[in-house]
Design a protein. Sequence first.
Length: 175
Amino acid sequence: MNKNTFIEINVLKTKYKIENLFEYLKNNSDKKIAVIFRNTESAEFIYKRIIDDDFVFSKNKITFCDYICFKLYKLKFDIVIDYNIPESMDIILEHIKKIKSKGKYFILYSNRDIVKIRHYNYENYEKSVYRNNMEKLGEVLWFIYNGECLLHQIKKYINIEGSTKCLKCSSCKVQ
Ligand SMILES: [Zn+2]
């Protein structure tokens, strides 16, 4: 990534993640897409939907995988979709780095995700690793909610000077 790299970054707040996801996949069947999920619960939701919908997808176009398996991909994607909110800025960055120039990145965001992560970490709050996790999640929430251009924030995070507004991300579009 450099100062001129453009990736369209979108945070989609929705109660209907699975519906939104499949509608999007159907409408973009010509693109090389990765859908990343964080846990087996989400994997099962997605799997069930593929079966229920009789959804036919070409394996070399759409990749469904978890964080670990996504790390193994060397090729870049047109579109990367995080089905669950990533728990740290570093994860977001890792995922964005695997998107082709002028590609798109989506985070599907539901309050349920946040509640689950928080609950899990609060239960173990006496251990520093979980407190640390909460801080990392806090950074992600700040990234999403502070209203600044998302691409600009990503570049700033890795010390790249760039335009302060991309005009295409979901934060820029709101303003
Ligand atoms: Zn922007």
